[in-house]
Design a protein around this ligand. Structure first.
Ligand SMILES: NC(=O)c1ccc[n+]([C@@H]2O[C@H](COP(=O)([O-])OP(=O)(O)OC[C@H]3O[C@@H](n4cnc5c(N)ncnc54)[C@H](OP(=O)(O)O)[C@@H]3O)[C@@H](O)[C@H]2O)c1
Length: 245
């Protein structure tokens, strides 16, 4: 038996777009993919973070670019994704990572904040996937990683907007997977638990202690390894937790 059958894929030379790639989990994923030789374009609102991250990515010897747009504006997402796809010369991988966490009770959170969480987290994933899909369909393959959350599997106090947005991302992602696997597009729904980042530390969810709490690099290595699996294999859903935070 040839053990080549078991080899993971080489993803060197592929082109990826990571939304929210200027900091946090998105930045870690962008760097982990670049370390594998993937050309990585990133998006976000903070141009300085994006520029600095593009510099770091390019130092790893791959092509990189960024686009500044807000993920809740469909026309801006479409234009930004198309520009990046053109710069990279196609898109093989989309990591739908941009998102916000706003926490508070149903009674106290202003409706505008509640709506903005849904718009950013749910519509953002939908707009970016829709913008990238024509490129993957034309190529006959692609990978889309949708970053939901364990909060999307079960609601709880102070997280109604965030949990509802992420539950909707899980559902949207499952539908996407069912529709697009026929086009050789792997749609992967990830539901990570708390990982040290601006969102989780500023939100008071964790102190981010690296001895105990998941770090963005742990998440990034997991995403990289999922993407490196042979194309016949699709990790449809996955959760990751800190072992003993
Ligand atoms: N950290 C955790 O514990 C955890 C757990 C489960 C799931 N997640 C999910 O993982 C993803 C990344 O989270 P993180 O912890 O890395 O958060 P973070 O450090 O707060 O970073 C959020 C990222 O999303 C981008 N973003 C937010 N709103 C945006 C908008 N309207 N338009 C464009 N970009 C926007 C930000 O870019 P700019 O700063 O440039 O706007 C930033 O790159 C999110 O979807 C989050 O819900 C996180």
């Amino acid at each position: 038996m040839s053990h080549e059958k078991y080899y993971t894929m080489n993803i060197n030379g592929k082109n990826a777009i990571v939304t929210g790639g200027g900091r946090g989990l998105g930045k870690a994923v962008a760097l982990a993919l670049a370390n594998e030789g993937v050309n990585v374009a990133i998006t976000g609102r903070n141009e300085e973070n994006l520029k600095n991250t593009v510099d770091e990515i390019q130092k790893l010897g791959v092509n990189s670019a960024y686009a500044v747009f807000t993920i809740d504006d469909e026309a801006a997402v479409k234009a930004g994704i198309e520009t990046l796809a053109e710069k990279l010369g196609g898109v093989d991988i989309l990591v739908n990572n941009a998102g916000i966490g706003d926490f508070g009770t149903i009674e106290e959170m202003p409706s505008e904040t509640w709506e903005q969480v849904i718009k950013t987290n749910l519509f953002g994933v939908y707009y970016a996937a829709k913008a990238v899909h024509p490129f993957m369909k034309a190529k006959g393959e692609g990978d889309i990683v949708n970053v939901a959350s364990t909060a999307g599997l079960k609601g709880g106090p102070n997280m109604s907007a965030y949990a509802a947005s992420k539950a909707a991302v899980v559902s949207l992602s499952q539908s996407m997977m069912a529709e697009w696997r026929k086009q050789n597009i792997r749609v992967i729904t990830l539901t990570p638990s708390t990982i040290a980042s601006d969102m989780s530390i500023q939100g008071g969810l964790t102190d981010g202690n690296p001895d105990k709490v998941l770090q963005p690099e742990d998440f990034a290595e997991w995403v990289r390894d999922i993407l490196k699996m042979n194309r016949r294999a699709l990790i449809a859903n996955g959760s990751i937790f800190s072992t003993n935070p």
